[in-house]
Design a protein. Structure first.
Length: 274
């Protein structure tokens, strides 16, 4: 992760946003991991989330639309898997996406993204018909109100920097190593090769990845390969076997296992849900 966030202070800001607007909000870092959230689910969502499959689909929906927001650098509104409206705002610093603000658990006044029929169908699909009865209790957000909520969130985001809630966590060496990995992702990337390229001992390389990336060398490379695989599955028609090779996996079966471990679904399932 390139930036360090003060999760507790951000959580308090988001809680105040929720108490003021009754709209749930969550902040994710650039690796799409939750940093803070307004800690409350609506009756509709808490009922739907009783099913493990729902939580899995919720996470996948978040992932797909955060990736879209990262590509377009624009606010993305969509229908979530449970039939409600959600919106994701990419958080930018010097044209780099450093995180995502997501607001959700509401109905749109215009009925473009959420309808009672759609929510009922989603609830029935999970075998939780009673959840549909809570649809009418969800807040209604018009396009005008959504724009206003976006402006408020933009002010909150600016306060991250002013109040010291975020700071950069990268050295120039780690940036160079990251760029090298991106440029050679199709190749065999060994620890020995990285040490030779950047004149580092193995211990020094291990410490750098632990301190600046928060993970091991192998796990970081695997995550980057899985990220590239997601992009190719989503944006191309390449066969999955070819995508595996393009991402540096020489063993197709290992690619399937590694991708599922990273994303939660197989490459084929991810492509079908893109």
């Amino acid at each position: 992760m390139d930036y360090i966030f003060n999760g507790e202070k951000i959580r308090r800001l988001l809680l105040n946003f929720y108490l003021s607007t009754e709209i749930a909000v969550t902040f994710y870092d650039s690796s799409m991991k939750m940093v803070a959230t307004s800690p409350k689910y609506s009756h509709y969502c808490s009922t739907i989330r009783r099913k493990k499959g729902c939580v899995k689909n919720c996470n996948l929906s978040n992932l797909v639309h955060m990736e879209r927001a990262a590509r377009t650098r624009e606010i993305v509104s969509y229908t979530c898997h449970a039939g409600l409206m959600e919106t994701i705002m990419p958080v930018l610093f010097e044209d780099t996406v450093i995180g995502y603000m997501q607001i959700g658990q509401f109905r749109d006044a215009e009925g473009v993204y959420s309808t009672e029929e759609g929510a009922r169908a989603a609830a029935e699909a999970y075998g939780l018909d009673e959840a549909a009865g809570f649809y009418g209790t969800l807040p209604v957000v018009s396009a005008e109100r959504l724009a206003a909520l976006g402006e408020i969130l933009a002010i909150l985001i600016r306060s991250f920097w002013a109040d010291g809630l975020v700071r950069h966590n990268r050295s120039m060496l780690s940036v160079k190593i990251e760029k090298y990995i991106e440029e050679h992702i199709k190749e065999k990337l060994s620890i020995e090769a990285l040490c030779a390229e950047f004149f580092l001992s193995k211990n020094a390389l291990y410490r750098l990845f632990c301190d600046e990336f928060g993970t091991t060398v192998g796990k970081y490379i695997l995550a980057r390969r899985a990220q590239l695989a997601r992009e190719l599955l989503r944006d191309s028609t390449m066969p999955i076997t070819a995508i595996a090779a393009e991402c540096g996996f020489t063993d197709y079966n290992y690619f399937i296992r590694a991708f599922k471990a990273q994303v939660g679904v197989t490459p084929l399932q991810y492509r079908k849900n893109k």
